[in-house]
Ligand binder design. Sequence first.
Ligand code: HXC
Length: 517
Amino acid sequence: MSISAKVLEDLRKRQDEIRAGGGEDKLVQRREKGMMTARDRLDALFQEATFQEMGAHVQHAARHFGMEKKVLPADGVVCGTGYVNGRLVSAFSQDFTVVGGSLGKMQAKKIVALTTQAAKFGTPVVAFQDSAGARIQEGVDALSGYGCVFYQNVLLSGVVPQIAVICGPCAGGAAYSPALMDFVVMTRRNAYMFITGPEVIKAVTGKQVSMEEVGGADMHAAVSGNVHFLAETDAAAIAVGQRLLDYLPSNNSEDPPHRLSQAIAIDEDEGMRALIPEDPQRAMDARGVIDRLVDPGAFLEVHRSFAENLIVGFARIEGMVVGLVANQPTVRAGALDMDASDKGARFIRFCNAFNIPLVTLVDVPGFLPGVDQERDGIIRHGAKMLFAYAHSTVPKVTVILRKAYGGSYIAMCSRELGADFVYAWPNAEIAVMGAEGAVNVLYGKELKTADDPKAKAAELAADYRAKFASPYLSAAKGYVTDVIDPAITRSTVALALRKSLRKRDLRPPKKHGNIPL
Ligand code: HXC
């Protein structure tokens, strides 16, 4: 007996109804706003014809407020798997056209089923967030649903990469799911994220604020630090997600997708030498060094607009995937402050969880001095950097480019925090503090009575640099592996990485450490 035409027709009808989401009018409205629909987003993410949907026929379980008779296609979330650049990825996409993409019991169950499978199959998760939050008609079931989603986010943390793409509303407690994921991409238009929005803030505090001020993408990227990547449109956000996946392993038991070349390059790059300003007081732009160090066009910066005094991001060096951490002396002199410490520590811990080697470029005058920093907890925040580096067992290669002073020398992946290789340029200064500051502390009284205090201070500073801050001194004591010509930085780092890719660093067993939060 073959299947009847009627049965097939019924199947097609059901499929069409599900694909129509909240109806043609609503889909058109979304597109007119310049947004993609939930299904458009998945189509754009995955390679053609590779998406397989899960739970398309799932229906909501609400029994009040007239919901009994309502049919909600796919219960407002499209879930499934597909291939991105040849690798399997799990994704869900909330459908705003279906009661605002609101989350109820069954929508949550679908997300939990998808992500449970992602953990078993070892696939990254991409989550398109476009939802009005907890489905009011489902009451505590909706809250429980969110609780289950958050629990899942935590279970998967460190097992498979989780990427949130916020391309619509993401309000109230719902914002905690992206916050529990590894990376958040947000579109500039039509997307907002907050715990309490303008109306609640006005009611409670009397203060009138705009949506952009409390929940806009620019604010989250530059001020709150909740957003790692900004995108103008949905299509651009999806492209960021795809590019990010290209650097990440599918799960924590795999290596990242290295593309090692057979040949080992030993080229010299004289341009690297030319980057160093003659005046030691003049800032050197770390981006120039990064551009010359990594494979052409291979740097994907993370958290670009937040704590710009520290640059973090993924790159390839001779095809090897690395997590790059660099002080940026053109912003706040490259000093480590609270936000930079939070940014660095989180990135380092992601790399460690997913077997991504760390390359650290050091040009740091210290932790940022200031009453605000001390009162707001620079000790607590700065300790995160120390903890994150010391805790990391992935290959760690450090290059001291210029300044490496005080506690920040230690914090920027020094030998003591477990760096496998520490290279220093010959002009590097490694010391308890900068020459001028040290001269002031040690010879301040003498300088007051000197004939020419300025000349004397300069003479003492030069003496200090040679006697106390020279990289050869650190190399003589074994703190620095080698002092290298800047021209061989790329080939030196590449070889060090190649040698350490099979690194094993076993630590005493414990439940987990207690990172300062
Ligand atoms: C059920 C909802 C809904 C909700 C919106 N809708 N929010 N249905 N539960 N939470 C429905 C609307 O009735 C409408 O249905 C459709 O979704 C689209 O909503 P509109 O208001 O017409 O759209 P728009 O004008 O674009 O406004 C979007 C919005 C607004 C700004 C998101 O809908 C809104 O403020 N909603 C409430 C947001 C909220 O307070 N959520 C709860 C947050 S607390 P029809 O049938 O007309 O298409 C929370 C707790 C989580 O989430 C706790 C976790 C720990």
